[in-house]
Every structure is written in structure tokens, then in C-alpha cells.
Design a protein around this ligand. Structure first.
Ligand code: GTP
Length: 234
């Protein structure tokens, strides 16, 4: 990255019922791997990946939240500061489909209107599907969300999901800058609520795994001291 270029960091939360494939999706996207074992997420987890969009460096911070309700109190606090969201359900889990709207509401209650995408994972198991194509399409239409069918196992459409969210977010901040009417400004490095919440953070790149609390090194270091203002339309 050239000295004068400024990095954009996007906090993305991935939500949905337990075992729909949230952790697997993030692992696939950030590490390029898939594991068959199911290890339930306790609290939250975190991975990141850097991509380039239209010549702009974009750092995606993917927050993997627990699907089990027992962790709601913990995970909700991690929605704060999210700039995009994946709402995931599984092809072979009817309850996960029925719960999509409530996940959307939980996130919106914390962060308002942010770019979201609806994802039907495990499409490789379509022969055992418990949700019709039409009803999934209808839900996407009702919620006015872009809809992707993915197979994390087969690495199908996973990149597209995160690419779409990044595009949406960039378009949003560009519109905002054009209008020059900032509603709320947040600096890179201050978008995270790290206060005393339990959970684990994978020790990727510049991040520190403290075992119980999250510490992120300020992005300022990676932007050579330059800061970018963000403007959100809520
Ligand atoms: N067949 C198939 N299995 C998948 C796919 N994605 C994930 N899985 C499997 O589904 C199980 C649950 O995946 P996880 O990624 O742990 O699910 P999660 O949504 O993070 O679950 P919680 O942590 O409980 O919220 C694991 O056994 C995965 O291997 C997929 O696309 N196809």
C-alpha cells in the first residue's frame, strides 16, 4: 500500500442459529479451509482478511457469534460498531430459517440499518432441503435483502457474500462523503467495543489473544498515522 493510501476497515458480524455454518464460513473465507467437525462457538470469535476493491485496500474483520441463545447477552454487545452483517441459515435446518427475522432484529436493535445479506448455507445438501427455493426467495424479497446460496464445504459463493457487503459499505461511505453531511463519525481503531466481555479471539495478524478480553492494535499503525472519517446513514 502506498503511503498516501488510506485503509478501510469493515466490521462484519455473522449471525444465525447454531450449526448453520458461521464459523465454517469465516474460516473458509479467511483461511481457505473447511472442517467437518462441529465445535460450538462460545461467545464470539474473530478473523480478518484483506481484499482490494477498485484499487482500495479493504480490511474485513469478521466476527463469528454464537448461535445459541444462552450466549445472546455476550454476542449482542459485539454487534455494536458493526458496519455489515451476514444473516445465515442452513438448508437442512428449518428452525434456522424461521429464526432469520429475529436475528435481523437483534442486530438492528443494536446498530440500526447496516448493509445486510441473507445466506442459505449447506446448499450441497439440497437433496435433503427443508426449505423450498420459493420460500427462501420470498423471505429475501420481504426483507429486501440480497440473497446468496452457499456451500462452505464446496467453497461455493462464499467470496461473493463478503464482496457484496464490502461493495455496499464502500458505496455507502462514498455517498456519504459526496454529500458531506456526516451523521456520525468514527475513526478507524475506535469502532470496537472491547469492554470486559468474555470470548475468544483468534490470534490473526496484528491481533492479540488475551484469553478473555479482546485487544486490537489501533489501525492507525497500519495507515501510517492517517485516519479516515466514517459517516453512517442510519
Ligand atoms: N455439508 C455441509 N456442512 C457444513 C457446511 N458448512 C458448515 N458445515 C458443517 O456444519 C457444522 C456446523 O458448522 P459451524 O461452522 O460450526 O456452525 P456455526 O453456525 O458456527 O455454529 P455455532 O458456533 O453453534 O453458532 C460443522 O460440522 C460444519 O462442518 C456446508 O456448506 N455444507
Amino acid at each position: 500500500m502506498r503511503e498516501e493510501e488510506i485503509e478501510v476497515a469493515i466490521k462484519v458480524v455473522v449471525v444465525g442459529n447454531g450449526a448453520v455454518g458461521k464459523s465454517s464460513m469465516i474460516q473458509r473465507y479467511c483461511k481457505g479451509i473447511f472442517t467437518k467437525d462441529y465445535k460450538k462457538t462460545i461467545g464470539v470469535d474473530f478473523l480478518e482478511r484483506q481484499i482490494e476493491i477498485s484499487g482500495e485496500e479493504v480490511r474485513l474483520m469478521l466476527w463469528d457469534t454464537a448461535g445459541q441463545e444462552e450466549f445472546d447477552a455476550i454476542t449482542k454487545s459485539y454487534y455494536r460498531g458493526a458496519q455489515a452483517c451476514v444473516l445465515a441459515f442452513s438448508t437442512v435446518d428449518r428452525a434456522s430459517f424461521d429464526a432469520v427475522e429475529s436475528w435481523k432484529k437483534k442486530v438492528e436493535d443494536e446498530v440500526g440499518n447496516i448493509p445486510m445479506v441473507l445466506v442459505q448455507n449447506k446448499i450441497d445438501l439440497v437433496d435433503n432441503a427443508l426449505i423450498d427455493h420459493e420460500e427462501a426467495d420470498a423471505l429475501a424479497k420481504k426483507l429486501k435483502l440480497r440473497f446468496y446460496r452457499t456451500s462452505v464445504k464446496e467453497d461455493l459463493n462464499v467470496n461473493d457474500v463478503f464482496r457484496y457487503l464490502s461493495d455496499r459499505y464502500l458505496a455507502r461511505i462514498q455517498n456519504c462523503e459526496a454529500e458531506e453531511t456526516p451523521v456520525q463519525q468514527t475513526r478507524i481503531g475506535s469502532i470496537f467495543d472491547t469492554a470486559g466481555t468474555t470470548g475468544t479471539v483468534n490470534n490473526t495478524n496484528k491481533h492479540i489473544d488475551t484469553g478473555s478480553t479482546i485487544q486490537l492494535k489501533p489501525t492507525k499503525q497500519r495507515t501510517h498515522g492517517k485516519k479516515r472519517s466514517f459517516c453512517f446513514k442510519l
